[in-house]
Design a protein around this ligand. Structure first.
Ligand SMILES: Cc1cc2nc3c(=O)[nH]c(=O)nc-3n(C[C@H](O)[C@H](O)[C@H](O)COP(=O)(O)O)c2cc1C
Length: 413
């Protein structure tokens, strides 16, 4: 049986999938039915349901956002992968390609990462002057040692004055565009920064704050601390607070909102190889809607894989490079299915759509969705010691200035 390659993907799954238990916080709580949630306001933008695709470097490019939007019917907010401000103001060729939005994307949401207030201000001004986006998110969550070693990423909010200067420049140059921030709880349990950062964000005119409920020291290990999201919600009452961390299925999103009182959720790893999660999320939030669609069988999954690879090729302008870029998604899409190591390897080394089709045709496409494929996926590694510049923790109010290399080699959040 050959994969049906008709584009675009429409969600043909039938209702209704039962709520699944997960390892995420509060699992075991009663399955959510109709959530009591209002629309999320991000400045002039109304987001319904209050669901945001987390920025993920190397993943949430225009093709992946298109795929997720096809499943959600365009509902929700879909943030670009992280763009470094220096590369943007220097008009780096790759960066200019990364900031591409599909013509149907609205609002266009871009995530920036920068460590120098002046450069951040220039990047924001460029976005406004050249009408490159409708919403700007700033990333303060990267835990990667190469970055924290220079004081960047999730180490940066520890220096309150530097954080404040960056936010002031961003908001000051943003005109009518809303600026939001995304951060972790802090460096480690002894150096939590999120409550101060939330307060500074309000004082500097930031529109909303998102909290990934882990410290940098945790990387992706353990479980996200949803209580911290609730604490931030109580602390920062003036603007919307978005919760992030360990939403593996639609029911987790509803439970996070109920458990924390947050105004919206940010969904990352749960949608890796599962872009239809956004269809499930819409169904979970829309009272009286059709209910959650059934989990896809492998035939349906391969059609989504095909579409994803095809979209990447169109975006890159080269089918082979699109299929090569798609390779990293293969383990996520095939997780839990009976595929076999040879076929898995062949899929992950294909360099044309025809090769993908050939591999799909040889597989059992009637396999149902493997229940154990729900739950954690993507990065789960715990962190080690957070590497910081010498003396970084001595004075949170020191007026720190970082070097450019705190902005290079970032791999997201
Ligand atoms: C592959 C990958 C890339 C990421 N890139 C970014 C990024 O560019 N910007 C950012 O703020 N966070 C980034 N993150 C962090 C996610 O946005 C999110 O905060 C984190 O995965 C926790 O949410 P989750 O439990 O829903 O995955 C990345 C995460 C992963 C797994």
């Amino acid at each position: 049986m050959t994969a049906d390659t008709t584009a675009p993907v429409t969600d043909t799954r039938t209702p209704a999938v039962p709520a699944t238990g997960t390892d995420s916080p509060a699992a075991g709580a009663p399955a959510a039915t109709a959530p009591a949630a209002g629309a999320l306001r991000i400045g002039p933008h109304t987001v319904w349901p209050p669901v945001v695709l987390a920025p993920m470097a190397g993943i949430t490019n225009a093709p992946f956002r298109t795929l997720c939007r096809e499943f959600s019917g365009g509902k929700g907010l879909f943030v670009s992968e992280m763009i470094t401000t220096r590369a943007l103001v220097e008009r780096n060729e790759k960066t200019m390609h990364l900031i591409h939005f599909d013509a149907t994307e609205t609002p266009r949401s871009i995530q920036l990462y920068g460590v120098d207030p002046v450069t951040v201000g220039k990047a924001v001004r460029m976005i406004v002057d050249e009408d490159l986006a409708d919403h700007i998110d700033l990333n303060f969550g990267c835990p990667v040692p190469k970055v924290t070693r220079k004081g960047g990423g999730s180490a940066l909010p520890f220096k309150r004055n530097l954080l404040r200067s960056i936010l002031r420049e961003a908001v000051g140059n943003a005109g009518d565009l809303p600026v939001t921030i995304k951060m972790r709880k802090g460096i480690d349990d002894d150096h939590l920064t999120y409550l101060d950062a939330g307060r500074i964000a309000v004082e500097e005119g930031v529109t909303a704050v998102a909290l990934h409920g882990r410290t940098a020291a945790q990387h992706y290990g353990g479980t996200a601390d949803w209580d911290a999201i609730a604490r931030l919600r109580d602390h920062v009452t003036e603007i919307p607070v978005l919760g992030n961390g360990d939403i593996w299925c639609a029911d987790d999103a509803v439970r996070m909102m109920r458990a924390t009182g947050c105004d919206g959720v940010v969904v990352g790893r749960g949608c890796l190889g599962r872009p239809w999660l956004f269809g499930d999320l819409v169904a979970a939030f829309e009272e009286g809607g059709p209910g959650a669609p059934a989990a896809p069988d492998f035939g349906q999954v391969t059609r989504v894989m095909r579409r994803h690879a095809e979209l990447l090729g169109e975006w890159i302008g080269d089918e082979a490079r699109g299929v090569i870029d798609f390779r990293k998604h293969v383990p996520w899409y095939t997780k839990g299915f009976s595929v076999g190591s040879d076929a898995r390897r062949a899929l992950a080394t294909a360099s044309s759509l025809a090769e993908l089709d050939e591999q799909f045709a040889a597989l059992d496409l009637t396999q149902p969705w493997p229940a154990h494929a729900d739950g954690p996926r993507g990065r789960t590694a715990p962190g080690k010691r957070v590497v910081l510049p010498d003396g970084w923790l001595n004075d949170p109010y020191e007026c720190a200035a970082l070097t450019e290399d705190a902005e290079s080699d970032t791999s997201g959040g």
